[in-house]
Design a protein around this ligand. Structure first.
Ligand SMILES: *[C@@H]1O[C@H](CO)[C@@H](O)[C@H](O)[C@H]1NC(C)=O
Ligand SMILES: *[C@@H]1O[C@H](CO)[C@@H](O)[C@H](O)[C@H]1NC(C)=O
Ligand SMILES: *[C@@H]1O[C@H](CO)[C@@H](O)[C@H](O)[C@H]1NC(C)=O
Ligand SMILES: *[C@@H]1O[C@H](CO)[C@@H](O)[C@H](O)[C@H]1NC(C)=O
Ligand SMILES: *[C@@H]1O[C@H](CO)[C@@H](O)[C@H](O)[C@H]1NC(C)=O
Ligand SMILES: *[C@@H]1O[C@H](CO)[C@@H](O)[C@H](O)[C@H]1NC(C)=O
Ligand SMILES: *[C@@H]1O[C@H](CO)[C@@H](O)[C@H](O)[C@H]1NC(C)=O
Length: 757
């Protein structure tokens, strides 16, 4: 059976342009600086919310809308000047616009009738670090075939643009866009075809090509077409590559340019995607800190999209394993963490004492001598700089003809300087152990100058102990090529951001994990040699995997709401790895609930979840009021006037979410919530509750049995959580468990996180 595309073979990771991150960081610095600066205010981009005039006005013509928006701009700006000041007029995401303004001008605007709020835009980052089969989807069978490979579904990719000539974007076998599609493509025949049905640029007036490679791999993972005989840089990868929904259409919205991914451009992209009629929004971007929802462009844009029935997939971020470090935590988006896949590009360090240590390297050599060579630890002399093989640090060491062990700061992402140093000093190969923090995670292998192996922290310790133990340590490196079927996969990738969500602790995040480490994805051929595919890592890549899965579900269940699709994905997720043991993290300990969320996506099971937890857009309003936001803050997120005292406010954990995140304190030792499930499985079915209570918590569910006699029938149950942990005992701040509804055919699982206050 053929594995889908991403289970192919080894390739190198290339120079990836991280300049964007630096640019973005820089613009933050500028912003902070400006807040302090008093004298001469500079122009910066503000997102401005305004109220629709009372009585309504016809703005169906976009010129009228723009004229109205311009009336808010400073009177002093001339016509041509105001043209430059107004960057984007929004129509679908909310009533308002983005404009270049000074602080004083914003202050003056506050006096105008209809003004609601303005805030300086944020800058978002691409969530790819340097650098699909595994998910049980197989050609011509099962769910892939049953969902028609996503046929008729449109996935919008808001990103850095596209290299459309890549074979992943061929429209072979693709029908024209569905009738509901309202988008247009200004590049018909050049960029656009029946695969890429629209491509627009919100950064500049140029075709939406990439300034840095990110949008192409992301789009290829979501919906790349089948590419037979896909090959890597060395021509040694062979097999069929494909995205998750290979017959879905792609709509490309470029929102990231040389200056980063600005909040104003992201909003403009989402605004257009809503207008065009897409089904799924894939946004592989995250801010480097989480703000309240009412000042977060992706969150606000995603709400407008969700209200129109569009499913939104976002990355959890690459700030792990630090906790909490999560981005994109709103309950209406799917927040996706990253896992490893079951493929390794294996290199093994073999020591003189017969011990073996497996590692990884894309740079595979078939002719490296199997003879044992002298082995040395660069830090043996106690010099820290030498230990890291920093530039110039090995000049007094004798490493000639030896294999050199060099410590790493960042795994094997930035190792070319170390390799150069070892090479210049006469070393013949390099062993790169992780630091403690990265543990077993070997997902960013960038060694390409010397024969190398990147291995775990613990293997590094054992190799160093061996070096200590003998006067003539020796080793060799064996290059074993691609190994498929690593049974400890999936593991949580070390970089995958961790919950809890600081913005809304009552919603468990991340929601799910999906493949995001060492993923084979389209890589524009014109950039580097003939390589069409490359291996890359980041939650930027797990996000489009889930966008693709959502497209498959949308294709097989067109009537499902975004919340229903999310529920199906979460309640059917795998909690164990391929060895049937709990999913582990980078330390090879069971990963906690803030790393895995509901678990690892299982697309075929998601297609038949039995029960779903649905939510309507109104539910989020009650939830936002319950978060304690003011009326105008809630109004900004949902783009309408809201008076929370007249809405049925609910606590966060009462949202009809497929997971639970609750807090029990000394005053709140007991909490009760209800959930409503909808039967989408068998007409006649009975579900029994199974509870795996978090340590120190009593969980009881009423009723403990649900009988369904028709499809789409709804049943409500209540869950009571009470603290039974004795004071002072086991002071862990969190405990985790789950409950599941089990019928003859289905198991509907909801993770539970409890915080002790
Ligand atoms: C694939 O799906 C089509 C219709 O959607 C069906 O006719 C065909 O039998 C399926 N093939 C397999 C191998 O399941
Ligand atoms: C693109 O061009 C083809 C052929 O030239 C035409 O049939 C198709 O309608 C065009 N599509 C759009 C969206 O303009
Ligand atoms: C190796 O020996 C050095 C010096 O005796 C010592 O500092 C170091 O901790 C030892 N390393 C290991 C891994 O045993
Ligand atoms: C890519 O590199 C290979 C090997 O170095 C070379 O044979 C080939 O011609 C190159 N292809 C292109 C398109 O530059
Ligand atoms: C919100 O509703 C409450 C209760 O009906 C009312 O007293 C209050 O004036 C309303 N606030 C606004 C801003 O309309
Ligand atoms: C619990 O209640 C006491 C007394 O009313 C109060 O002082 C304390 O702040 C409360 N603690 C929490 C965590 O709410
Ligand atoms: C747990 O809750 C149930 C229902 O409220 C109760 O019957 C049971 O005694 C409780 N168990 C413990 C250990 O408190």
């Amino acid at each position: 059976m053929e594995r889908i595309g991403f289970g192919l073979s080894p390739i190198m990771v290339f120079v990836f342009l991280l300049s964007l991150i630096f640019v973005s960081k820089f613009s933050y610095a500028v912003r902070d600086h400006e807040e302090i600066a008093t004298k001469q205010s500079q122009l910066q981009t503000y997102i401005v919310h305004i109220k629709e005039p009372e009585g309504g006005q016809d703005f169906s013509k976009s010129e009228d809308l723009e004229t109205w928006y311009k009336s808010f701009l400073p009177a002093s700006s001339t016509t041509s000047n105001s043209q430059q000041r107004l960057l984007y007029s929004y129509r679908n995401v909310f009533t308002g616009f983005a404009a270049k303004l000074t602080k004083e001008e914003v202050k003056a605007m506050e006096e105008k009738d209809g003004f609601v709020l303005a805030w300086p835009e944020k800058i978002y980052h691409l969530q790819i670090t340097r650098s699909p089969a595994f998910l049980g989807l197989h050609q011509n069978s099962g769910f892939w075939n049953g969902s028609n490979y996503g046929k008729g579904v449109i996935i919008a990719v808001v990103d850095s643009g596209i290299s459309s000539h890549h074979p992943s974007f061929s429209d072979e076998g693709m029908p024209p866009p569905p009738a509901k599609w309202k988008g247009k493509c200004a590049f018909n025949g050049t960029i656009c075809n029946n695969k890429i049905i629209s491509a627009s640029n919100f950064v500049e007036s140029l075709p939406p090509t990439e300034d840095f490679i990110h949008g192409t791999p992301v789009a290829s993972i979501a919906a790349g077409n089948f590419v037979e005989d896909a090959r890597d840089l060395f021509g040694n990868a062979k097999g069929t590559a494909a995205g998750m929904a290979p017959h879905a259409h792609l709509a490309i919205y470029k929102a990231c340019g040389e200056l980063g991914c600005t909040g104003s451009a992201i909003l403009a992209a989402i605004d257009a995607a809503i207008e065009d009629g897409v089904d799924v929004l894939s946004i592989s971007l995250a801010a480097d800190h989480s703000d309240p929802f009412y000042v977060d462009e992706i969150t606000i844009g995603a709400f407008a999209a969700t209200r129109k029935g569009i499913f939104v997939s976002t990355p959890a971020g690459n700030e792990g394993p630090r906790s909490p470090s999560l981005s994109n935590g709103a309950p209406w988006v799917l927040t996706v963490g990253a896992s490893t896949i079951d493929r390794s590009i294996r290199t093994t360090a073999k020591l003189g004492n017969g011990e073996y240590f497996d590692g990884e390297s894309f740079f595979q050599l078939s002719n490296f001598p199997s003879k044992l060579l002298p082995l040395v630890y660069a830090g043996a002399n106690g010099n820290v700089s030498s230990a890291f093989c920093n530039k110039g640090s090995l000049k007094d060491m004798d490493v000639r003809g030896k294999i050199v062990v060099c410590d790493t700061e960042d795994g094997a992402i930035y190792v070319s300087d170390k390799e150069e140093e070892v090479k210049n000093a006469g070393g013949v190969a390099i062993i790169l152990p992780n630091n403690k923090y990265r543990g077993f995670s070997t997902s960013e292998i960038d060694a390409d100058i010397l024969p190398a192996t990147h291995l775990s922290y613990s293997s590094g310790l054992k190799i160093k102990a061996y070096i200590n133990s003998t006067t003539k340590p020796t080793a060799t490196i064996e290059f074993k090529g691609t190994i498929i079927g690593i049974s400890s996969a999936p593991e949580v990738a070390h970089f995958s951001s961790r919950g809890p969500s600081l913005t809304s602790p009552g919603i468990l995040k991340p929601d799910i994990i999906g493949p995001g480490a060492n993923i084979l994805a389209a890589w524009p051929a014109n950039r580097m040699n003939s390589s069409s595919f490359n291996i890359v890592s980041g939650t930027s890549l797990s996000c489009p995997h889930l966008s693709g899965v959502a497209a498959l579900l949308k294709s097989s269940h067109p009537e499902w709401s975004p919340a229903a699709i999310k529920s199906a994905i979460m309640t059917t997720a795998d909690e164990v790895n391929h060895e049937n043991k709990p999913i582990m993290d980078q330390t090879h300990q069971p990963a906690d609930i803030f790393a895995v969320g509901a678990g690892h996506v299982n697309p075929s099971r998601a297609n038949d979840p039995g029960l779903i937890y649905d939510s309507q857009p109104e539910d989020y309003i009650y939830y936002l009021c319950g978060l304690g936001y003011s009326n105008s803050q809630v109004g900004i997120v949902v783009n309408r006037r809201v008076n929370c005292s007249e809405e049925s406010t609910i606590p966060e954990a009462q949202l009809n979410y497929p997971s639970f995140s609750i807090a029990l304190g000394c005053n709140t030792t007991t909490q009760e919530f209800t959930r409503t499930v909808t039967n989408v499985g068998a007409v006649d079915s009975t579900y029994i509750i199974e509870i795996f209570a978090p340590a120190g918590v009593n969980v009881s569910v009423k009723p403990d049995k649900l009988d369904f006699t028709r499809l789409n029938q709804k049943k409500t149950y209540a869950v009571m959580f009470s603290k039974i942990r004795a004071k002072g005992k086991d002071r862990k701040p969190h405990a985790q468990g789950f409950l599941r509804w089990v019928s003859a055919k289905h198991s509907v699982r909801s993770p539970i996180s409890v915080k002790f206050e």
